[in-house]
Design a protein around this ligand. Structure first.
Ligand code: ADP
Length: 563
């Protein structure tokens, strides 16, 4: 590094100024010298020495040396007689040499000092620059972190509730005051009116005042209000600097003008809430007396907030619609099932009566007996269907309950199997039960329904004369009831969906078209109410085994309930 000239001579005063200063100093020295000679009779070398030293210190080495030459000439010409002779003695030459050396040293030192001072200044400036850059980077990082944090909070708010008003409240509280001094969310109502559903201001008092002012104010959809304009155009409206006058021209009611007087908005962003191509409303962010404004980063963030808010509103509205539709369906199913039940009960009774009469009456044509048998089986089927619909409706409304009592599972299985067996001519239902009774604390009627359903399925999805077997086993403190058939089996892809309501495997319809995919879902629900589980193992084309797993009633409990 060149100590004398770092970055050229930029650290020194301009040459002209240094030369002028040198001339003034040397001139002063000469004047004083002449004055001294006039007063005391002799000039003084020291005066010139001091002057040249000053010049060297201020103007640097070169001008310092020029000063030496000038001083020598002037000294010779005015200070030391004879003034017209420039002859130098050896003594004088030695003194001049020392003079030059001292002045050079002073000039050199002064330049070195100035250079190092300049370097220090430069280093300090660079350090300051680096500090400023670091501060900018840190500030930027802080902003990015804040924004990422804000978006994460919005994500959590979206997942926390299906009520969109709660979600939007959380949204508004998250963006105020980071992105806005106040935030309002507007949602278009089914009537077409635009309602301010959320209003958050960083000052709760102003927020309360605004709620009151706005509570009876409607935004004119065709008016100059930026929100109405955004809804009409479907595009954001941003004002980075809003004058009080501009703010007042963008209102369409006294209430809005009053609100503006209180809020004094100075910058705003209004974003449409668009989901699946529909504008659901708008969200406005505004800065007030805080004096803050918006930049492009803020616009991008506001757009993201609006996108998420729209998604939350859309999801919530879809969920609500689905819930409403479900409720209508449940109501319909419940009413239909109840309405069907009454005539069906009468029909069942009448068919049974006619069957008994036909049996007792000699000479009833075989054709009529077969018709009655068919009527009876179809009425039973209809009854089962209505009961299944009623059960579904009960499950939906949480009204499917069980009444617990000790139930001997083997006795129950044997009874159901023999009842079904009585209706079969070409099939055998094998029952494999241990001798000792195995009790569960459960609802006998509901467990009968479960067994009937599984046995009926095994019959429906297999061909006569393939037998089916019901096995009951104690496994530790549980009972496993298996219903095995050798029928069409279940495709592997269908297994995970089998207990889903209205689901039927792909191979079911061609084999048995009478099903609706309801029975197994009810079975699962009933078994769950007994703290049990139902599993299926099946190979397509080779048969299926459905296994019910129920908790065994320990003796003590059975005894207590049996008393
Ligand atoms: P469905 O009235 O259709 O029989 P379920 O809920 O009882 O309704 O059964 C749902 C589906 O599970 C059936 O449609 C059928 O695809 C399959 N399934 C049930 N049991 C068997 C079985 N034993 N063998 C083969 N498939 C079965």
């Amino acid at each position: 590094m060149n100590l004398f000239r770092p970055n050229g001579a930029a650290y020194r005063a301009p040459l002209a100024r240094r030369a002028a200063v040198a001339l003034v100093i040397i001139g002063l020295a000469l004047s004083l010298s002449l004055l001294f000679r006039f007063l005391f009779g002799s000039g003084t070398f020291l005066l010139f020495f001091g002057a040249v030293a000053l010049i060297a210190a201020y103007s640097g080495l070169r001008i310092g040396l020029a000063g030496v030459v000038a001083a020598l000439v002037l000294l010779r010409a005015f200070a030391f007689p004879p003034f017209d002779s420039f002859a130098l003695t050896a003594d004088a030459i030695a003194r001049v040499g020392i003079f030059v050396m001292v002045i050079s040293l002073i000039g050199w030192l002064s330049e070195a000092r100035r250079a190092s001072h300049h370097q220090r200044e430069e280093l300090l400036a660079r350090e300051q620059l680096a500090r400023n850059q670091l501060a900018t980077v840190l500030e930027r990082e802080r902003m990015v972190q804040q924004r990422t944090g804000l978006l994460a909070e919005l994500g959590m708010a979206m997942n926390s509730s299906l009520d969109y008003l709660t979600t939007l409240q959380q949204f508004a509280h998250t963006v105020v005051p980071f992105l806005a001094d106040f935030c309002i969310v507007y949602i278009e109502q089914p009537s077409g009116a635009l309602e301010r559903v959320v209003m958050v201001h960083h000052d709760p008092e102003i927020e309360a005042l605004l709620s009151e002012i706005n509570s009876h104010d409607a935004i004119d959809p065709q008016g100059p209000n930026p929100v109405a304009q955004v809804l009409r155009s479907g595009r954001p409206d941003v004002s980075f600097a809003l004058s009080a006058h501009d703010a007042q021209t963008r209102t369409d009611s006294d209430a809005q003008r009053r609100a503006n007087d209180i809020l004094q908005p100075r910058a705003y962003m209004v974003m449409p809430l668009i989901a699946r191509g529909h504008t659901l409303g708008a969200i406005s962010f505004a800065m007030t007396a805080s004096g803050r404004s918006y930049g492009q980063d803020d616009v991008a963030l506001a757009e993201e907030v609006a996108r998420r808010a729209a998604l939350a509103v859309d999801n919530a509205q879809l969920y609500q619609q689905a819930q409403d539709a479900l409720q209508v369906r449940e109501q319909f199913m419940s009413i239909a099932a109840h309405e069907l039940k009454t005539p069906l009960t009468t029909l069942t009774g009448q068919v049974q009566l006619m069957q008994r009469r036909a049996e007792q009456t000699e000479g009833t044509p075989e054709r009529d007996r077969r018709s009655l048998l068919l009527m009876s089986s179809q009425v039973r089927r209809l009854s089962n269907l209505v009961n299944a619909l009623l059960d579904i409706s009960r499950i939906e409304t949480g009204k499917l309950t069980i009444e617990r009592a000790p139930v001997d599972i083997c006795a129950l299985v044997r009874q159901v199997a023999s009842e079904v067996q009585a209706t079969l001519e070409d099939r055998q239902i094998g029952v494999d039960c241990p001798e000792t009774p195995l009790f569960v604390l459960g609802d006998a009627l509901r467990l009968e329904q479960v067994m009937l359903n599984l046995i009926q399925n095994a019959l429906n999805y297999s061909q006569p004369p393939a037998p089916l077997t019901v096995t009951v086993r104690q496994v530790g403190e549980r009972i496993a009831i298996g219903v095995q058939d050798h029928g069409i089996g279940i495709p592997a892809a269908a297994l995970p969906h089998l207990f889903t309501r209205f689901y039927r495997a792909g191979n079911a319809e061609t084999h048995y078209s009478g099903g609706m995919g309801i029975g197994l879902s009810v079975v699962k629900e009933i078994v769950s109410l007994h703290q049990g589980d139902v599993q299926v193992e099946s190979v397509e084309g080779a048969g299926s085994t459905f296994t019910i797993d129920l908790p065994l009633a320990i003796d003590q409990a059975v005894a207590e309930l049996a008393i």
